[in-house]
Design a protein around this ligand. Structure first.
Ligand code: COA
Length: 161
């Protein structure tokens, strides 16, 4: 069966951790949708267009990867793709309980989840950490692609790029 893998997140902004999961999913699946969703508990720093553009730049070398956005439930988006599975990166044990809960709810809605263990070096990165560092003059280049670094710094300084 030809499977689409859906890798969803807020990607506010995307980090090397996200890039790693996207690359590995693109090696495992014939098609990958990197899907920007809305996390009801978060207020994003970047607009949807800014996140779409950052992700499109990052995934340019991967021809089987598309960047999309969706509204509502991730499971409903996956079901609209006929046979899509959810790919999630598991960073550390702290992710496990939350991920199991979401995976269970999505399975009840008919969508399976597949977990990729995040590489050790990226296990403690998060988009919030990157934003916090950037806001306070910290170095974010170790955690993000150069174009993402430029976009984040421009946002912090209020410059349009
Ligand atoms: N490496 C490094 N960091 C990673 C990572 C990885 N492989 N994977 C995730 N992260 C980080 C993210 O940057 C994020 O950081 P932040 O909390 O500082 O923003 C954090 O880990 C949590 O990631 P995630 O759990 O993927 O949350 P998210 O906010 O990025 O995305 C959605 C959440 C959009 C996928 C989710 O809210 C969703 O599906 N929404 C639609 C509604 C829905 O279906 N809800 C579920 C009901 S069952």
């Amino acid at each position: 069966m030809s499977r689409i893998a859906v890798y969803a997140g807020s990607f506010d902004p995307p980090t090397h951790g996200h890039e790693d999961v996207i690359k590995r999913a693109s090696d495992l699946f014939p098609r990958v949708h990197v899907a920007i969703g809305h996390n009801a508990s978060k207020q994003p720093m970047f607009t949807l267009d800014e996140r779409l553009n950052m992700l499109k730049d990052l995934t340019l070398p991967l021809p089987n990867v598309s960047v999309v956005w969706f509204e509502g439930l991730l499971a409903h988006y996956c079901r609209s793709l006929d046979g899509a599975v959810i790919v999630r990166g598991l960073r550390a044990t702290m992710d496990f309980e939350y991920e199991m809960q979401i995976a269970h709810a999505n399975a009840v809605m008919g969508v399976e989840s597949i977990f990729l263990p995040t590489k050790a070096a990226q296990s403690f990165i998060s988009s919030s950490l990157v934003k916090e560092l950037a806001r306070n003059g910290g170095e974010i280049a170790p955690y993000c692609d150069l174009k993402v670094v430029t976009t984040v710094m421009a946002k912090i300084k209020g410059i349009r790029i």
